[in-house]
Design a protein around this ligand. Structure first.
Ligand SMILES: Nc1ncnc2c1ncn2[C@@H]1O[C@H](COP(=O)(O)OP(=O)(O)OP(=O)(O)O)[C@@H](O)[C@H]1O
Length: 298
């Protein structure tokens, strides 16, 4: 997918199993929305093939639309429309809609039933957007950054709802740049960067595949530029040392006493004092950093 001479999605390849939650995870501008909008039939790819429920999203749009639900990243409702009116209108467009009251209650939209769309808070607009995606009982829903701008309670409700949908056989494809969202919700995660898939797997597979543990070290003074390579040599090939910046390192591999002793000796050798040393299980953030050398949330 190109916009003028800018390539937004470049040879990206992924497939999604029915009845699962798939997260497309990546930093801002990675190409997540473009990928989803191409699957939804809103954008025509300049090359490549997209099939959704076996259908071509553009050539077979009329067949596909009644079977999918779409929650856009923003907008999708008229600015003056009230939440309940919008849902009733959407319900009228579908053959077997869910009861409007059910969605209003599940998504906590009671208090904004008579408020015009443009006056709803960001989180309320998101919840209405999700209700609009679900009202037609879709087999497959695309949700673009579903919990951006939501407060923690609304985020939990949304996660529960998406899990219930999956448990009832609905396929969910979501984009997110929240690691916690991908880790907690997704059966399958595709990490994308610069328009390409750079890693795919379950959260467990992705976080356990290249070493179980990570050590994050932050020191009080900048270390010499070649110092991380020295630590890498001391720790050996089972461990990977990545310089996040000139004062912090990510060390991925066995976090045992011998590794910790070598890390301390390295600090002493370079005359740097640890400000923090954190041991933990590897996260999707660490996976992204290892693959790209950059931080996902940066
Ligand atoms: N309509 C457009 N015209 C020109 N460039 C665009 C357009 N839409 C997206 N882009 C560019 O294409 C790239 C991918 O954008 P896209 O919105 O798909 O990324 P994203 O991963 O969804 O980002 P975000 O998390 O910020 O929503 C970005 O560099 C963006 O600036």
């Amino acid at each position: 997918m190109r916009y003028g001479d800018k390539t937004a999605v470049d040879g990206l390849s992924l497939s999604v199993e029915r009845g699962t939650i798939t997260a497309v995870l990546g930093p801002n501008g990675a190409g997540k929305t473009t990928t989803l909008e191409t699957c939804e039939g809103f954008r025509k790819p300049q090359s490549g093939t997209v099939r959704v429920l076996g259908l071509d999203p553009i050539a077979q749009r009329r067949e596909l639309l009644p079977r999918i639900g779409v929650m856009l990243q923003a907008g999708g409702a008229w600015s003056g429309v009230r939440a309940v009116e919008m849902l009733r209108h959407m319900a009228a467009l579908h053959a077997h809609p869910l009861p409007v009251e059910l969605l209003v209650e599940r998504l906590g939209l009671e208090e904004c039933g008579s408020t015009p769309y443009r006056r709803l808070s960001g989180g309320q607009q998101q919840r209405l957007g999700l209700a609009m995606a679900l009202i037609g009982r879709p087999e497959l829903v695309f949700v673009d950054e579903p919990t951006a701008g939501m407060d923690p309670a609304a985020r939990r409700t949304t996660w529960e709802l998406l899990q219930e949908l999956r448990d009832s056989g609905v396929t969910v494809v979501l984009t997110t740049h929240y690691l916690e969202e991908a880790e907690r919700l997704a059966d399958q995660v595709h990490v994308i960067d610069r328009g390409r898939v750079i890693a795919s797997g379950s959260p467990f597979e992705l976080t356990r595949s290249r070493g179980h543990a990570t050590i994050r070290l932050v020191v009080t003074e900048p270390f010499p530029p070649d110092a991380p390579a020295g630590l890498q040599a001391d720790l050996g090939p089972d461990t990977e040392v990545i310089a996040i910046n000139e004062q912090s390192l990510l060390i991925s591999g066995p976090a045992d006493a011998s590794t910790l002793a070598k890390v301390s000796a390295w600090c002493a050798h370079h005359g740097v004092l640890p400000e923090s040393l954190t041991l933990g299980q590897r996260t999707l953030e660490d996976v992204f950093l290892q693959l790209t050398g950059r931080e996902l949330e940066a």
